[in-house]
Ligand binder design. Sequence first.
Ligand code: ADE
Ligand code: ZN
Length: 337
Amino acid sequence: MSVSQAFIRGIPKAELHLHIEGSLEPELMFSLGKQNKVDIPFKSVEEVRAAYAFSNLQDFLDIYYQGANVLQTEQDFQALALAYFERLHADGGVHAEIFFDPETHTDRGLPFSVAIEGLLAGMSEAQMKYGVTSKLIMCFLRHLDEESSFRTLKAAEPYLDRITGVGLDSSEKGHPPSKFARVFKAAKERGLKIVAHAGEEGPPEYVQEALDILQVDRIDHGNRALEDAALVQRLVNDGMTLTVCPLSNLKLCVVHDLKDHPMKRMLQLGLKATCNSDDPAYFGGYVGDNYIRTAAAVGLDRNDIVTLAKNSFTGSFLDKASIGRHLAAVDSFVAAI
Ligand code: ADE
Ligand code: ZN
């Protein structure tokens, strides 16, 4: 039996894989571009949307980094975050652990403080307005060198009590996790949680490196781990959370049809998969759409949806008591249907 959209949108859930710069909708891009006098190489919102046809990760990243140029002030970052949390709330989201890419902003001359102060203000505002809680994960851009990540970690020092973890994103192929072994060790020594994009386009060996060398607490994506049965077994045995992003996988041609998406298979294998939007303004859907379209394409049933929602909390960096409260809320929601 197919699951209703109301059930999917209504079930309490957390989002664990969301690049806040990837939630910049073309309308906000245009209004900020105008306000901040930053040129956008498109004439209209429709033209921007038409340009979002990607054949791989790099195609997307080139446009995504360009879009981020319109973000200039703390208020811009605050507005960006608040707009995302409004969408999350409408999709039954009650908690999010959001990524930001400091180097995307510091490398174009913004002080480190601008993005983070704005995002923290947006996160507090969202908690007051929508009751949505959130945590911040700072990602290092893997196409840059490790020295740049070290500079970023140093710049983050005054904020480490408000940063939950560090991640690794951007162009995966040719930039293995091992390139960042030292900076992740330093981050771990500072008590930060560790996540890394691995196995999105890169081979299963990158997932292995993320586990062995970076000692990750979660794997972002992880699709290509499925090519290695022993690695799958290890991920299952470890209860390792995978933050899977189906519509992103479709738009970046990791899968060519959503019907071929491995979400159902991941759950059947016992992998602790979660469902997330990655860069929703670019990939055609927020977290609710990711659940709904994937459920329809690969036949997720009600139990699968409940599993994904529960995995989103047990895989989060919330404290045990909060996780317990969210799991009880999922059970109450299901019981009331
Ligand atoms: N940065 C933003 N979205 C990303 C993705 N899907 N993979 C790697 N880096 C990213
Ligand atoms: Zn991502």
